[in-house]
Design a protein around this ligand. Structure first.
Ligand SMILES: CC(C)=CCC/C(C)=C/CC/C(C)=C/CC/C(C)=C/CC/C(C)=C/CC/C(C)=C/CC/C(C)=C/COP(=O)(O)OP(=O)(O)O
Ligand code: 1GP
Ligand code: MG
Length: 227
């Protein structure tokens, strides 16, 4: 299923974290809609290639969420390109993208590429620090970013990112109300089936990350709670 419009649940695997073959098989055969490969620390060509080739044993759609231009490799079904809408620096909104397109422009298949409008709301997560995000936002600010993503930039994905911390469900609910075509991804701190179900009421797609590495059983339970 390579159409994100059909997705409800995805797992995000961090190339910098260890996962056994047995656990990876459970993740890939869990019934989730796709696997995103991504992280913010120590993402290299080697560790991306390693996890991609292991996921490739299964039929599941496999997406690279690009966090550094150096770790982009061929072989994924799709490439998600984050742009941090609430960054204080143009670097993470447009500059790195401009540089990467300058380098890869001639060999890019634009049909494989989807831009994610990130709004990072946990000020303490690595992605917030790295991308100099202004996470001190009101609900109205977040809703305005969502409207910019859909109505001005026509982005396929608006991503509410609370990485490492469970977010505010009312922000997700209000954000969903202003989006029609742009898909709302929610990620951050989901650690049980109940939480996954609650956030999936409003988010089009829930993203499950860290809990894979600390409580695989709970991570697997989130799939049937959402789908
Ligand atoms: C050869 C080939 C296959 C060519 C393909 C062409 C292609 C796909 C070209 C891409 C062109 C392009 C425009 C690239 C963009 C380049 C780039 C570096 C953009 C910047 C991305 C960005 C804004 C990164 C900032 C950090 C961020 C938002 C990362 C997203 C992932 C994320 C939030 C992970 C969570 O991190 P984690 O480590 O899990 O955090 P915790 O510790 O809190 O858990
Ligand atoms: O790791 P967690 O906190 O589940 O967050 C998932 C994802 O949004 C991280 O980019
Ligand atoms: Mg993580």
């Amino acid at each position: 299923m390579y159409d994100i419009n059909e997705w409800k649940h995805v797992f995000k695997l961090d190339p910098d974290k260890e996962i056994t073959d047995e656990d990876l098989e459970k993740i890939c055969e869990s019934g989730t809609d796709a696997i995103i490969v991504g992280g913010s620390d120590n993402i290299t060509e080697d560790n991306v290639l390693n996890i991609m080739s292991r996921i490739r044993r299964y039929l599941i759609p496999c997406v690279l969420e690009v966090s550094t231009a150096e770790s982009i490799i061929p072989g994924f079904d799709l490439y998600f390109i984050p742009t941090v809408l609430n960054s204080r620096s143009t670097n993470w909104i447009i500059d790195l993208h401009h540089e990467a397109v300058k380098e890869f422009g001639d060999i890019m298949n634009w049909d494989e590429l989807l831009v994610e409008g990130y709004c990072i709301l946990n000020p303490d997560c690595k992605a917030a620090t790295l991308s100099e995000a202004n996470a001190d936002l009101s609900i109205d600010d977040v809703v305005a970013y969502a409207r910019v993503a859909e109505n001005m930039f026509n982005l396929p994905i608006f991503y509410l990112e609370y990485s490492g911390k469970l977010g505010d469900i009312s922000v997700v609910e209000k954000t969903k109300k202003v989006l029609t075509n742009t898909k709302l991804f929610y990620g951050g701190g989901i650690s049980s089936a109940e939480e996954a179900e609650r956030f999936a009421q409003f988010a089009d797609v829930v993203v499950i990350g860290n809990i894979i590495y600390t409580d695989l059983h709970a991570a697997l339970q989130t799939v049937k709670a959402v789908k």
